[in-house]
Design a protein around this ligand. Structure first.
Ligand SMILES: [Zn+2]
Length: 103
């Protein structure tokens, strides 16, 4: 399972590469998508560690929510069998009455 992040600049959902490294070896961001990351780098804006931590927490939470929804959807329906009928105290109090009827 890979984490999906929401770009803090353009709000797009994006899937960073495995290990947060692009094919050319540059680091991917958990805060910005590739386009916004490039734009921020051009502007000289650095990724805030606090924002990165929040983005990571949000992505993990989103994954957990998605897994929970999937587990709930796959779960079998609750047992709808009727509960046992209430037992009458007759058999317990007078066990011999049943036996005598069999003889
Ligand atoms: Zn973006």
């Amino acid at each position: 399972m890979r984490l999906i992040f929401v770009c803090q600049e353009c709000s797009i959902r994006y899937l960073p590469p495995v290990g947060l490294r692009y094919g050319n070896g540059t680091a991917a961001s958990v805060v910005w998508c590739a386009e916004c990351q490039a734009e921020m780098a051009a502007r000289g804006v650095e990724e805030s560690p606090a924002l990165a931590a929040l983005a990571m927490i949000a992505a993990v939470r989103a994954l957990k929510d998605a897994l929970t929804r999937r587990t709930e959807a796959a779960a079998p329906l609750p047992d709808r069998r009727p509960s046992q009928p209430p037992r009458t105290s007759r058999g317990r109090i007078r066990p011999n009455s049943g036996r005598t009827r069999l003889h």
